[in-house]
Write a protein that binds this ligand. Sequence first.
Ligand SMILES: Cc1cc2nc3c(=O)[nH]c(=O)nc-3n(C[C@H](O)[C@H](O)[C@H](O)COP(=O)(O)OP(=O)(O)OC[C@H]3O[C@@H](n4cnc5c(N)ncnc54)[C@H](O)[C@@H]3O)c2cc1C
Length: 409
Amino acid sequence: MPRIAVIGGGLAGLCCAIELARRCMDVDLFEAAPELGGRTRSMFDPVTGTWFDNGPHLLIGAYRATRNWLDACGLASHIHWQSALRLPLWDARRGHFELAPRPSLPLWISLPAALARLQGHDWRELPALARLLIHRPRPGEAVDSWLKRMRTPDALARDLLTPLCLGAMNEPPATADASSFANVLRLSFASHNHARLGWFRAPLTQALIKPLASLAHNLGVRVHLRTRITHIEGQLGHMTLVDRHGRQWRAELVVRTNPDTSGESRPITSIHLWFEQDIRLPEPVIGGLDTTGHWFFDTSRQTGGREGLVHLAAVISASAPEQKEILVQRICNEIGAMLDIPSPTPAHCRVICERRATQLVRSRHGTTCHSGVIPAGEAPVPGGIPATIELAVQRGIGAARRVRMLLHA
Ligand SMILES: Cc1cc2nc3c(=O)[nH]c(=O)nc-3n(C[C@H](O)[C@H](O)[C@H](O)COP(=O)(O)OP(=O)(O)OC[C@H]3O[C@@H](n4cnc5c(N)ncnc54)[C@H](O)[C@@H]3O)c2cc1C
């Protein structure tokens, strides 16, 4: 049985290890942290006695590889999918409104109609939307410049495209790569099925990582936690991995799924609030416009609304703009304004800033390839899909396929 080493126990590494083990390979999975999961992980909060995610994760129906693969792993029921896209939005001036294309009509008809129904929008946005779906951006162009060149009305850019850009690319339109964003638009607006949102029904550790870890274990994958690989030597067929304590392992091939830390990355800040009062958002997810929080989540509702404290979260696609106390107060003010109540006081709060939340979409030159090492770390490129769960699953599956091709060559 060929022996394969997979470095990195995040989603991409787990996916690769499981795919290899399913094809009867002998797999070692190395993870530097004490737990599997990487950036899709949950933490235990001792004050509330609950598990919560480093950051709420949203999926879209266009994540085909993720949907198919989680289905094949028996985890389809762990995700809640909207039956069709409903994008609730809020701003201080207009209050609550939502983009909800009618599922009875094809999306290319119902989406512009739904947009035209929003306050401040009209049918003149239809040609602008069509231009964005038809015309490709120039190489290296930023989203902002592409939207201007396509004569995109301000309302369309502000209410739909900017929240989507922040959510999908984790970067504002001024710097985000337009060709990747165009790809996101084409994929997500291909049909009602592609456009709908999904979220996990439980914290990521329970809904995703533990079931995958147990599947990997049952398939015979050997998981080495607290094992940071520092050197890889040898060549295809005769590789040696060394960890920081000098321990060594042999493998025929190595797959690296850990991200290249020298790449340009961007933070995500998640503000977790627990309330004793029964404070509920009107929707499980709400996009905030001109708000400090870019997205607001009713986490208790997403995960089944158990008894006890109510858990809400807000996400900022950037580092925390101010001190924790001020940030929490601003988010509570925004929740209060959203619910038309005085600013609520949380019983407990946590602010988690993941400094390297996502690798940004950038051209990448001169990556050196080592014989016997398959690079599968997060490195999104212009025109491709941005750093997401979908990219992690695609990288994991793709690396497993390359292992099989190399071994059979
Ligand atoms: C706060 C937050 C919110 C997000 N929201 C979304 C979202 O809503 N939708 C979405 O699709 N995506 C979202 N993402 C992105 C998504 O989580 C990541 O793209 C995905 O988890 C990347 O998985 P990975 O396996 O490639 O990398 P990682 O999860 O980073 O896994 C790499 C692993 O390698 C380990 N490692 C590193 N170096 C070594 C070494 N030398 N030896 C051994 N192990 C090593 C690390 O400890 C880590 O566990 C979000 C990310 C964050 C942080």
